[in-house]
Design a protein around this ligand. Structure first.
Ligand SMILES: [Zn+2]
Ligand SMILES: [Zn+2]
Length: 373
């Protein structure tokens, strides 16, 4: 595909962001694009709102997997684009529109030029939640196509386009969502003694949660506990019967994740007895770490260093969550950051990733999957 075609695909996908496992239009769009390619080497299989596309290699000694995510986010877009999201309150604010475009660009090349090894393209739904990687990995189709190696990328706002950043070993942290519901006893604001105020309980809990990172995590390890949303009560003069905290936990080690969750359980136990209320915890979506295979990452980095078209950076690990980690627990592989040059971070309503990043990734991955041919 030429640059103009790639940009068009990206802009069309950008207009139809959908939530996890509701990527109906997106799936349809991707299917139509693939239907327009030569079919001789392709086997296409739908999986929920995603797709597997197998490309038969002419030698086929092994199968190389390449995964893209597909979902958008519940964010009201605030970009300067003329091709803004047409789905109110939804936005491709994490670059998954670019990721899909890149996958289609690579796939199209190999639909025309049969690869030596088999390739398996995974269009994976629900990366942002509730998590598509784990069930896709467990699916019959994945087990049947069974790649020997897995590759994926994520756009990185902080690097210029043309940059590829990765490292062997741990790349992304362990993450978990956190939802805490508190239930006490409501009442009239003038009769506090007859009620159990969940706004007060929730406030105490928020400050106590802050002590976990400072006091319970090994200073040489790293953890983040963030409460991003707090809600409760109904009206200014009514004592709140319920409150809800919503947050996220990130840790560099699987161990710390367990420790942090243990501490949250105890603190909540304290709140329950201290405020005579009930608390319910929901850990939501949990993403395991992204751990790059040492050997494959070294060889991917060596390959990238030699190509003048890209700038390779050896980065350090990040506190971002990515469900691609599940694939890497099962299959050795590599994930890398793709520079997309924008001042705004991932999930920011203003993010405008550089479309030049698409061209970099498409040509780089075509070259990588074609090496030794
Ligand atoms: Zn995201
Ligand atoms: Zn993402």
């Amino acid at each position: 595909m030429n640059k103009e075609q790639l940009v068009n695909i990206r802009r069309e996908l950008h207009q139809i962001p959908e939530p996890g496992f509701e990527e109906f239009k997106t799936q349809q769009y991707v299917k139509e694009k693939i239907a327009g390619m030569p079919q001789d080497f392709l086997t296409i299989e739908e999986w929920k709102t995603g797709l597997f596309v197998f490309v038969k290699g002419f030698e086929g000694h092994k199968t190389l997997g390449y995964r893209t995510d597909m979902d958008g986010l519940p964010i009201e877009e605030n970009t300067s684009y003329s091709f803004r999201s047409q789905h109110e309150g939804m936005m491709h604010a994490c670059g998954h529109d670019l990721h899909m475009t890149i996958a289609l660009g690579i796939l199209e090349h190999f639909a025309h030029n049969q690869p030596k090894d088999h390739l398996l393209f995974l269009f994976q739904p629900a990366e942002e939640g509730p998590g598509g990687a784990k069930p896709m990995l467990a699916s019959d189709a994945f087990q049947r196509f069974k790649p020997d190696e897995m590759y994926a990328l994520h756009i990185a706002p902080e690097y210029p386009a043309g940059t590829i950043a990765t490292k062997p070993g741990l790349l992304f942290a362990n993450t978990s969502e956190l939802f805490i519901d508190l239930k006490g006893k409501g009442g009239h604001a003038a009769f506090p003694h007859t009620a159990n105020d969940m706004v007060v309980a929730a406030s105490h809990l928020v400050s106590q949660l802050q002590t976990i990172v400072g006091r319970n995590v090994d200073p040489l390890d790293s953890a983040v506990v963030t409460i991003g949303k707090i809600s409760g009560g109904t009206k200014q003069n009514i004592i709140a019967e319920t409150a809800r905290l919503e947050g996220t936990i990130r840790t560099l080690s699987i161990d710390s994740m367990e420790k942090v969750k243990q501490r949250i359980r105890s603190l909540i136990g304290g709140i329950e007895s201290g405020f005579d209320c009930e608390a319910f915890i929901d850990w939501g979506a949990n993403y395991c770490q992204v751990y790059n295979n040492e050997e494959l990452t070294q060889s991917f980095m060596d390959f990238s260093r030699e190509r003048r078209e890209v700038e390779l950076v050896e980065c350090s690990e990040a506190m971002t969550g990515e469900d691609f980690g599940y694939f890497l627990e099962d299959t050795p592989g590599v994930m890398f950051w793709l520079g997309a040059d924008t001042p705004y971070g991932l999930h920011d309503a203003r993010i405008e990733p550089s479309e030049a990043a698409i061209f970099t990734a498409v040509s780089h991955m075509i070259a990588f999957f074609s090496k030794n041919q």
